[in-house]
Design a protein around this ligand. Structure first.
Ligand code: UDP
Ligand code: MG
Length: 137
């Protein structure tokens, strides 16, 4: 069993798509073991996306991620990291495979509806950013 961090981003929360997105995750056989709706400050968003601090989109991305409520989810299942990345689809919704979350609900490469951890080490760090170890049992 593997755990990964998923986020419904402010665009999808505002558009009222979180229920549909949770449905896709559960229909893929993944379990949501912890979940909360929260707001990030600009500083918290910058910390969360620190790995991208030298990218041209860092400022705009962190502004976006702190612009409204998000839903953070601890997702568990066999190969959860890769499986969830697969149902999210490519970063750019225009390139995301048909039926994926980003294909269905993403607007553009920045406002792309969801986040998902990309590897075991980042999943561990990102889960710890939002959840205590007791919440992840
Ligand atoms: N992003 C962006 N412009 C880009 C690439 C990425 O605004 O050219 C945003 C987008 O919201 C993406 C996030 O930055 O989800 C993190 O980028 P990453 O390359 O890690 O993509 P992901 O892992 O989310 O598919
Ligand atoms: Mg990434």
């Amino acid at each position: 069993m593997e755990k990964t961090l998923g986020i419904v981003k402010p665009d999808a929360v505002k558009a009222g798509r979180s229920g549909k997105i949770i449905d896709i995750i559960e229909n893929a056989g993944l379990k949501i073991i912890a979940m909360k709706k929260i707001s990030l400050s600009k500083e918290q968003a910058k910390q969360f996306y620190e790995v991208h601090k030298d990218k041209p989109f860092y400022e705009s991305l962190t502004e976006f991620m702190s612009s409204g409520k998000i839903i953070v989810m601890a997702i568990e299942g066999e190969n959860a990291i890769a499986k969830y990345r697969q149902i999210m689809g490519a970063t750019d919704p225009a390139k995301a495979e048909k039926g994926t979350i980003r294909n269905l609900y993403g607007t553009n490469i920045e406002h792309n509806a969801v986040h998902g951890s990309d590897a075991p080490e980042t999943a561990k760090e990102e889960l710890a950013f939002f959840f205590s170890k007791y919440e992840l049992l």
